[in-house]
Write a protein that binds this ligand. Structure first.
Ligand code: COA
Length: 160
């Protein structure tokens, strides 16, 4: 049985993340979406809300769970007894950063493997910060996020 972790800040989860999670859930037995505290990024939504959005957005996927973590990714992966980290790769610009992270994670714990799933063209240029920016400027971002996130972002920027 292969249990994998898909880590990220998910501030908030987007349709691009959901695409990677859904495809990973078809390949691996169990998928744990690890929602990182990422304090340095000063997230718009707190850790509890970000984790709740992931839970709601993935509720139709029976082998997917969402869990918050605050610390090193390799420690979290070990704690949940997973062996593989799965990440989405969008444009080529992601590669260097992801390459560095997977190399460092491999050095911190050489039993953990990192695997990448390519994003489809329609999500290549999507990111959480782009979605937050469109929402803050009252643009239409509905196709980029699950409905629970759409409602939360509309509430967040209402009247601002
Ligand atoms: N679809 C849409 N957007 C995507 C995406 C996809 N498939 N893949 C990545 N993104 C977006 C993310 O939303 C994020 O957007 P933002 O910068 O606008 O918020 C951006 O691309 C960067 O993604 P990612 O590299 O996954 O960063 P992250 O901040 O979401 O997560 C962690 C990074 C949590 C995995 C990493 O910081 C970590 O492991 N933290 C734990 C501490 C640790 O172990 N540090 C040492 C690591 S060597």
């Amino acid at each position: 049985m292969t249990r994998v972790v898909i880590p990220g800040t998910f501030d908030p989860i987007t349709s691009g993340h959901l695409d990677i999670i859904t495809r990973a859930a078809q390949i691996f037995d169990e998928v744990i979406v690890g929602v990182a505290a990422s304090r340095a990024k000063h997230p718009l939504f707190d850790l509890e809300k970000r984790t709740e959005f992931v839970k709601q957005a993935t509720q139709s996927l029976p082998n997917v769970q969402a869990k918050a973590f605050d610390g090193l990714l390799v420690d979290f992966v070990q704690e949940v007894e997973a062996t593989v980290v799965v990440k989405g790769l969008r444009a080529i610009t992601d590669f260097e950063y992801e390459f560095q992270q997977s190399a460092l994670n491999g050095q911190l714990n050489n039993k953990i493997e990192t695997m990448f799933i390519m994003s489809p063209p329609q999500y290549m240029f999507l990111s959480s910060s782009i979605v937050r920016e469109i929402a803050s400027l009252h643009g239409d971002f509905s196709e980029f996020v699950p409905s629970c996130v759409e409602e939360a972002l509309l509430r967040e920027f209402e009247g601002k």
